[in-house]
Design a protein around this ligand. Structure first.
Ligand SMILES: [Zn+2]
Length: 297
């Protein structure tokens, strides 16, 4: 069916995509992408990164746009692939008036999934636990995943443990932990911590290389049966907790795990700038397949 809304009707590329010949994907750019971005903005899906340069939709189909396509598809009951094809364009076309004022924003979405989190602290992080938590909530709320903090505890250590855990040595590896990392991840109560819950440990210093004195903001290394992350007190990135928890959700076999876009939650830059940071569709597919992401009734 040909697109009818005033803003889409005269764009040939959108008319082609509405017939899936071919659909529009990440990497595409031009007026056709800008029109869809503007439609998302008018429907209440913010595009902070795509409008950063000039204040207008930039027409570049990057990570943020892909993430918004996914969100739009999820909120309107379409299959979620992050690609602008027939279904997505027909739905957009239907919501956009042929004439007159901009459309009404989409109704707020319900949470469909949740992640159970426990927090254990042996030090005070530079970015407070609850600030990091709020950032994580905002990131995952975009994808209708709720964060349930089931328990939180400041862990009292013995003088010996305090000394040992002042600097936690160990490489950041998958499915294994060093003795000191293990000690940290066994500190504090395990009560109420289910096998498919994630525990976040706020530590002092995480050192991966004693000779070079290399330290980390965070690490998602944990024993296979005990999903956990560690966050250093010096971590300055507000997304550290969300980033490390996402590592756990993605699992050890997901590649590439870090991406170059600095607004993606899994950015490889020292500080991720997304607010809220977004995930790619490939990352989302894996996150939703994780046994740590529980479907809500
Ligand atoms: Zn990372």
């Amino acid at each position: 069916m040909a697109l009818k809304s005033t803003r889409f009707a005269s764009n040939q590329r959108l008319q082609q995509a509405a017939k899936n010949s071919p659909p529009i994907r990440r990497g595409s750019s031009g007026q056709h992408v800008a029109l869809v971005q503007q439609a998302f903005i008018d429907l209440g899906l913010g595009m902070a990164i795509s409008t950063k340069k000039s204040g207008k939709a930039d027409g570049v189909f990057g990570g943020e746009t892909e993430s918004r396509v996914w969100q739009f598809q999820a909120r309107t009951g379409l299959s979620r692939d992050g690609v602008i094809g027939r279904e997505t364009l027909e739905k957009l076309d239907e919501l956009l008036p042929t004439n007159g004022p901009p459309p009404k924003p989409l109704p707020p979405a319900k949470m469909t999934h949740k992640i159970n989190v426990h927090m254990r602290s042996i030090d005070n992080p530079t970015v407070p636990e609850f600030t990091q938590l709020k950032v994580m909530e905002d990131v995952f709320a975009q994808y209708f995943i709720r964060i349930d903090v089931l328990t939180g505890q400041s862990v009292g250590l013995t003088p010996g443990e305090t000394l040992t855990l002042e600097i936690i040595d160990g490489a950041c590896k998958w499915d294994q932990v060093s003795d000191e990392q293990k000690l940290l991840q066994n500190a504090g109560s395990k009560q109420g911590v289910g096998p498919n819950d994630v525990t976040v440990y706020f530590a002092t210093v995480l050192r991966t290389n004693t000779k070079k004195n290399t330290t980390l903001q965070g690490c998602a290394g944990h024993e296979p049966t005990r999903p956990a992350v560690m966050i250093a007190a010096s971590a300055i990135d507000k997304t550290t907790m969300a980033h490390e928890v996402c590592h756990v959700l993605l699992g050890s076999s997901f590649t590439p795990v870090h991406v170059d876009e600095d607004a993606n939650l899994m950015c490889s830059a020292p500080v991720c700038t997304g607010n809220p940071a977004f995930l790619s569709v490939a990352q989302l597919n894996r996150v939703f397949a994780s046994k740590l992401v529980h479907k809500l009734p």
